[in-house]
Design a protein around this ligand. Structure first.
Ligand SMILES: Cc1cc2nc3c(=O)[nH]c(=O)nc-3n(C[C@H](O)[C@H](O)[C@H](O)COP(=O)(O)O)c2cc1C
Length: 382
């Protein structure tokens, strides 16, 4: 069985110590639960323009969110989303360097079909496709498919079989049976194989002990939460995940999620953050998301509920990076020094904010030694 990807794919065909990706642009509102009118459209035209801009600027990856049903509220937060495998295929066809992930809910996709969809995207992108495997947490979404969500531990048991089947289909094997507890598949044949003899990069972001164990056992890239208090804490989480992977004889890259509000001055950035995330938050959508996660005044107490609610518009759990370019670059470089392989970041309006980030933050990251100058960073040519 193919159980690791190539070093070139893992490095996203570059030599950046800190890889940077854009997280969530396939969804309306992106990752900001805000009513601000400039919030992200999530339209195909905007996604395409963003992918071109990111590809040109040397951004390493695009990571979508597989969301089937929006969260309602005044804005119907993430109510309009582009399906991620078809989104990735379209973007891979029209970009040259950037790695593009597709996010698949294992319980909703037959593995034989998913394996072929991923391979197709991978060929379209000449080896630049990555798979984000998720098991799902939002039960309303599953009801819509008539699929019952399994009890938490069983979700990852199921995902293990699903991924084992996918990896076998991607391996040189042909005409084989798969006999599992959840899948009994006969005479499997899957051609072509992934591009150029190595399998796509696989990522997962399990947060529970079971989810984390699954990720380090099976994936190349693991998303964990960066500490909001110290880079030592982040370094400890990274070490723990890497040590766990080593116990399985595997190397993994550790990634995290950031929400960037970067402006010329600290005050400008803080004012904008206050305006978008606090003053213009879509609190009715936030309350519905929190209720899905069983976070209510009854379960958490009024004070804790208010605390979580207050900042929830900030991308559902990402690390806020608020400040001038020096500050944002320093936090990112510190995270790299703590062992982070990459970050998936989001903006309120990706297209409007990315140019300033690329002009001001990327050169600082180069000077801080965590990213290569753009011309040197990408080996994959058209
Ligand atoms: C970077 C990142 C991307 C994620 N993408 C999705 C997604 O697209 N769809 C989804 O249902 N869950 C997504 N999740 C949720 C995780 O896959 C996972 O279910 C969640 O962190 C809870 O962990 P657990 O499954 O171990 O309980 C994402 C989480 C992170 C941090």
């Amino acid at each position: 069985m193919v159980d690791s990807t190539s070093p070139e794919r893992a490095a996203m065909y570059g030599s950046n110590r800190l890889q940077i990706g854009l997280f969530g642009p396939n969804c309306s509102s992106g990752r900001a639960v805000t009513m601000a009118p400039e919030r992200w459209s999530g339209s195909w035209q905007d996604n395409l323009a963003l992918a071109h801009m990111a590809d040109e600027a040397g951004i390493d990856f695009l990571l979508p969110i597989a969301r089937w049903k929006g969260y309602g509220g005044d804005t119907d937060y993430q109510g309009a989303t582009l399906e991620t495998l078809t989104w990735a295929s379209g973007l891979l066809a029209s970009t040259k360097r950037i790695t593009v992930f597709g996010t698949v809910h294992a319980p909703l996709f037959n593995p034989v079909i998913a394996a072929k969809e991923c391979v197709t995207a991978d060929h379209i992108g000449s080896g630049r496709f990555g798979l984000n495997l998720v098991v799902g947490w939002n039960e309303g979404e599953f009801e819509m498919f008539g699929v019952e969500q399994r009890e938490h531990e069983k979700r990852y048991e199921f995902a293990q079989e699903w991924l084992d089947a996918i990896k076998m289909i991607w391996s040189p094997k042909s005409d084989f049976d798969f006999e599992g507890q959840y899948f009994q598949l006969k005479g499997i044949r899957g051609k072509p194989k992934p591009f150029a003899g190595s399998r796509p990069l696989i990522m997962n972001a399990g947060a529970s002990p079971t989810g984390r164990a699954f990720a380090v056992r099976n994936c190349d890239a693991f998303f964990l939460q960066a500490s909001r208090t110290s880079s030592e804490e982040t370094a400890a989480s990274i070490k723990k995940a890497k040590d766990l992977a080593h116990e399985h004889g595997r190397e993994i890259g550790c990634y995290s999620v950031g929400v960037v509000t970067c402006r010329r001055t600290k005050k400008e950035a803080e004012d904008y953050y206050q305006h978008i995330i606090i003053d213009s938050a879509d609190y009715s959508a936030i309350d519905s998301i929190l209720a899905m996660k069983d976070i209510t005044p009854e379960t958490k107490g009024q004070e804790e509920f208010e605390r979580q609610r207050r900042f929830y518009a900030n991308g559902m759990g990402g690390l806020p990076l608020i400040g001038d370019p020096d500050h944002v670059a320093k936090i990112m470089a510190d995270l790299s020094h703590a062992g982070l392989t990459g970050m998936g970041i989001s903006f309120i309006n990706y297209l409007k904010e990315l140019p300033f980030f690329c002009d001001e933050v990327l050169p600082r990251l180069e000077r801080l030694g965590v990213r290569q100058k753009r011309a040197q960073s990408h080996a994959l040519s058209a």
